[in-house]
Design a binder for this molecule. Structure first.
Ligand code: ATP
Length: 361
């Protein structure tokens, strides 16, 4: 990547995916100008409606262009009633995770000032943790290759040493960066089911081996069932939570529900060379086309993208722009912006206006 100038592959997808993507690009343009950073974007076709029109959910040309870009920004894909021949959903985002080796599914969960949290305890305002969902193996290893006969169905979970080591190192490094930013010690807690499955005892042993490389970061383990309880009972107590793919899939939705719902939940799928940034929500067919989708999750995902690009050498301007974008989203909601998903009347365009106005303040 050339310093100070990057190429972004944009995959808007379906439903509100296209709406929040358009909103995000509208905010990124003045943001990039303000910080003097070069962001060139290329919009690529993929998704359920593209499948319906062409028979192809994710054209190889779109995949190649995404692979060649410095970062990938994705809206959301899939649509009820549009399915592959075997009945599974249209999910090019899963293809990207597997084909580009995006093992770290980063799901920040943070109480945004002004956005109602699900818990009455005042400590819920301090919720700020990151789930790191392993995204290339675990139970999803079996996707598309499970055994189904007349009498049984069987799907196999896979945990590898190589990916567990990478996931663990990624989590400890993330905890170090958060500790430096937040001015407190970092803590990484592996979420597993090591009391029942040998695969998770193996995962735990590999994680512990990596933990020893990071003596300044506290490390621990939590069983997934206990974590489901504790994410409701004391979510403010956690920092970085790496976990298996399926566990992360479920816990990340629970976690999103703590802090305002899917409309406020950004995510990044990060590998050694590539990364996809997208809101955690789906295409929300029930509200698509009405101009009321909340673009905050995608704006926050774009902020993560700018920060990741900076960490890859794009330049300090990218890190500054990412921080400013996150700050502007926070400030807009703190000042009273209320989207439909939290019971307000502000639509997608109102969020774009409110956030853009706050850039640089
Ligand atoms: P998927 O299976 O792809 O995750 P889904 O239909 O199960 O998708 P979502 O599309 O994520 O779930 O959303 C569930 C509901 O939450 C939507 O139907 C919509 O009402 C609401 N929702 C999700 N994202 C947003 C958003 N950005 N703004 C407003 N409402 C949203």
């Amino acid at each position: 990547m050339a310093a100070n100038s990057v190429r972004i592959a944009v995959l808007p997808g379906d439903g509100i995916g296209t709406e929040v993507t358009e909103a995000t690009l509208e905010v990124l343009e003045p943001l990039a100008r303000r910080h003097g950073i070069g962001l060139s974007t290329e919009t690529l076709p993929a998704g359920a409606f593209h499948y319906q029109a062409t028979g192809e959910a994710f054209p190889e040309s779109s995949f190649r262009a995404a692979e060649a870009a410095d970062a990938i920004l994705l809206g959301a894909m899939g649509w009820p009633g549009i399915r592959q021949a075997d009945g599974t959903e249209i999910a090019p985002q899963l293809d990207l995770r597997f084909r580009l080796g995006l093992y770290a599914g980063v799901r920040p969960v943070r109480a945004i000032p002004g956005v109602p949290v699900a818990l009455a305890d005042p400590r819920a305002q301090r919720i700020d943790f990151v789930l790191v969902r392993e995204s290339t193996e675990g139970l999803f290893h079996s996707r598309g290759i499970g055994l189904v006969t007349e009498d049984l169905a069987e799907e196999t979970l896979r945990i590898t040493r190589a990916t567990t080591e990478k996931l663990s190192r990624f989590s400890f490094r993330l905890a170090e960066r958060r500790a430096a930013r937040l001015g407190r010690a970092g803590r990484v807690t592996l979420v597993d089911k090591a009391n029942v499955f040998r695969a998770f005892a193996f995962m735990r042993a590999v994680f512990d081996g990596v933990a020893a490389e990071f003596p300044a970061v506290e490390s621990g383990h939590h069983y997934v069932d206990a974590m489901a309880l504790d994410l409701v009972r004391r979510p403010w107590a956690f920092d970085v939570l790496p976990t298996e793919n399926m566990f992360g899939d479920i816990l990340s939705d629970l976690a999103a529900g703590l802090v305002g719902g899917m409309g406020f939940s950004p995510s990044a799928d990060i590998g050694d060379e590539h990364a996809v940034f997208q809101p955690a929500h789906g295409t929300a067919p029930d509200i698509a086309g009405q101009g009321i989708a909340n673009p905050a999750a995608m704006l926050l995902s774009a902020a993560m993208m700018l920060d990741w690009l900076a960490s890859r050498g794009a330049g300090q301007g990218f890190a500054d722009a990412g921080a400013e974008l996150e700050g502007a989203v926070d400030a807009a909601f703190a000042a009273g912006l209320r989207t439909a998903d939290i019971g307000g009347g502000d639509g997608t365009a109102a969020v774009v206006r409110a956030v853009t106005e706050r850039l640089g303040r």
